[in-house]
Write a protein that binds this ligand. Structure first.
Ligand SMILES: [Zn+2]
Length: 287
């Protein structure tokens, strides 16, 4: 089973092997310290980190790297942040749970659940978009009451991220509505505007709303509010037209290397989630 899953994983993320082939040393600067540096100091540190690939897997940024960084800012421990990040990315790593993996299938009931709940492609208008975001927030709060089921939190965070990434129209305006799989926008949402494009200017407000939402849901008494604000400001002031530019102007390099390493380790040690477990998490979204 593990071998099969590893094969699927390699197929889904073809860049994995080339990234892992390099010896990524992310231990030089602890991630939380990086955010406390001034921007000049950070640039200096970034230049020292030559062994981290400058062009990592951007498709992992929204669901893997971001939840990891935000969980740390929120005051969660390193291990908890790793698990949240791992399970948030999880649906995109396995065919039975990914939107692209279920695009062609005979199991329409399963596809409907995966599309409308897990990847938030429900096709609703502004009111429905807000209602769903609220329902997912409530589900995440409930899941956080049980630290032994952190995988539920991660799966629900995937759905929360998609509730921002999978809409068209201006954020929180009457024009904002969710994509669905039956229209051209559905295709667009899966292949073109997924969270890997989160840093396009037109998606900036949605991305910042997502991380603010996530920070508020995950925050503890140990939260680093100043670090989080600085992270948000980096994005606002970057004024970029490409992901590469964002990468050079923010500290996402550090986040990516660490999150990717922990994903690799957890993938080799954790028992894969069953379909029933994923359904259990999705059933917590009540709208
Ligand atoms: Zn998704």
């Amino acid at each position: 089973m593990r071998t099969l899953i590893n094969i699927v994983l390699v197929c889904v993320s073809s860049n994995f092997s080339s990234v892992f082939a390099k010896d990524i040393d992310t231990t030089k600067v602890p991630i939380q310290d990086v955010y406390r540096l001034t921007s000049q100091e950070r640039t200096k540190e970034l230049r020292k980190m030559k062994d981290i690939p400058l062009k990592p897997l951007w498709d992992l940024t929204g669901h893997l790297d971001t939840p990891y960084a935000i969980a740390l800012f929120a005051g969660r421990g390193e291990k908890e942040a790793q698990l949240i990040s791992y399970y948030s990315e999880y649906p995109d790593e396995f065919k039975e749970f990914s939107a692209t993996g279920q695009f062609i299938t005979h199991n329409f009931k399963w596809r409907k659940l995966i599309y409308t709940k897990l990847h938030t492609l429900h096709g609703g208008k502004h009111k429905a978009v807000n209602k769903r975001r609220n329902a997912i927030r409530n589900a995440i709060k409930e899941s956080l009451n049980n630290p032994n089921e952190i995988w539920k939190t991660g799966i629900l965070i995937h759905a929360l991220g998609d509730s921002y990434a999978h809409t068209k129209g201006k954020y929180n305006s009457p024009d904002e509505r969710a994509f669905n799989k039956y229209t051209g926008h559905g295709i667009e949402s899966i292949f073109l505007t997924d969270p890997d494009e989160i840093f396009k200017k037109e998606n900036e407000e949605k991305y910042i709303a997502f991380i603010t939402d996530l920070f508020n849901l995950l925050k503890t008494k140990n939260k680093d509010q100043a670090g989080f604000n600085s992270f948000v400001n980096d994005f606002r002031s970057a004024n970029c037209n490409s992901n590469e530019c964002i990468l050079n102007k923010t500290t996402l390099n550090f986040v990516h290397g660490k999150a990717l390493n922990s994903q690799k380790t957890l993938n080799a040690t954790l028992t894969p989630l069953t379909k029933a477990q994923v359904v259990e998490a999705l059933n917590m979204i009540k709208d």
